[in-house]
Write a protein that binds this ligand. Sequence first.
Ligand SMILES: Nc1ncnc2c1ncn2[C@@H]1O[C@H](COP(=O)(O)OP(=O)(O)OP(=O)(O)O)[C@@H](O)[C@H]1O
Ligand SMILES: [Mg+2]
Length: 437
Amino acid sequence: MNHTTDGIVSIEEIAKELKDAATFIGQRVINREEVIEQAFCALLTAEHMLLQSRTGVGKSLLAEQIFRMFDGARMFRVQASKEQQPDTFFGGLDLEELKAGRIIHNTKGSLVESDFGFIDEIFDANDFTLRALLSLLNERRLLRGVQDVASPLHTVLAATNYLRVSEVTEALLDRFLFKAVILPDKDPFIQYRIAQRYLEHGGRVAEPPRTIPLERLQHMHRIIVGRSEDVQISITNELLYFTNIVIRHYEFLQNRQRGETARHGDGTDFYISPRTQAKSLDLLRALALLKGRSHVIHDDVSRLYFIFATVGIPEEISLFKKAYTTVLNSLTASRGFDQITILLDFTDLLRELRASPRMMLEPLTNFADTPVRRTFMDWIRERFGQDLPQDQNKKMLEQFITDFVPVCDEVRELRHSVERTLQQTLIAVERELQRGA
Ligand SMILES: Nc1ncnc2c1ncn2[C@@H]1O[C@H](COP(=O)(O)OP(=O)(O)OP(=O)(O)O)[C@@H](O)[C@H]1O
Ligand SMILES: [Mg+2]
């Protein structure tokens, strides 16, 4: 075994543990492999997930079986209904406080003090109650009137038979980063296997041979968000850039499609917020972890549809995959990836220059310390000869960008931005040096 000093397990072991758990769930809940994987991504990134389907396709069973794989977690379950008030979720009102005119929930045992939540038939809840839930789901705080309580809430799985559209449900949907639609299983063999499971377990969850302690899941989450000291999952700059181009292209394809189907001026534009975009980086690391890798690869990006599309809706997924493939092909065919790496490395140099303007007073060739940085330095030597007078640094930096010939549109755009960054850096550095002189 590969335990580090404080008993923390390796990436490979974590991946195996998660895979075993997912396999176990898949044996009880038939034909849900992708939704199960998506749910694990939600758990690893500590996000919420919404399951939607017609009645009786195993949503409740799936949610219960997933949570059953963990131990040491406080669990809150509720079946939502129209008459319920916020106290169903936040705990009953403190009557003494109420006499004094203050609304204070007694949060003990409520969703506020739980690690996991399962909210069944969530859209049956009234808008007033749903609105009250929003900040708990997002900020992990109960914020009501004078009451402000931090909540340990890790992940809520919610289920529904239908989507109800109102102003508040739209905001609520936004809190569920992961969404899946489950279509009824028509295949006779799958129906046969479901029936078989039913004979064995009745409608109940299966007892797993091993469970994952909540603490371990929290540790995995820290790895995912880059807050673990002993285990890191890396993403290269080039991959980061690639990810953003893919997302933007997906946004473009979505809008083009909507433009074709919707009437003019419908205002149905598809928008991916920077918040969601940032969260996609956590998902990338979760996907790598599930595969037992300590670094993100291109293929992980192709699976970002877990948050950008609704799992179970093939058209949405294929649109995302199309965005991925288009950008990937364009960059691979043209050596664009290499160029992006070089330009991004160049911007790292600019950032260093900005932080320590005095670097400008030395030959920049002194700073050729990374392999890619050498590309730039080799170019300097080739273009300007060996020993450079210090005042040529500026000219060199500019000439590098001027000589850089982009091989495709994606790189051309980046080159343009880098050029702008360069000009800003040069102005800032010069100002700084003058002040220092
Ligand atoms: N994919 C499946 N694998 C195994 N059992 C299943 C599956 N789908 C449905 N079942 C069986 O159907 C029963 C009903 O499922 P469940 O109550 O979880 O459905 P649901 O989607 O939550 O329905 P509702 O929308 O009415 O709440 C389960 O207890 C189980 O026996
Ligand atoms: Mg149900």
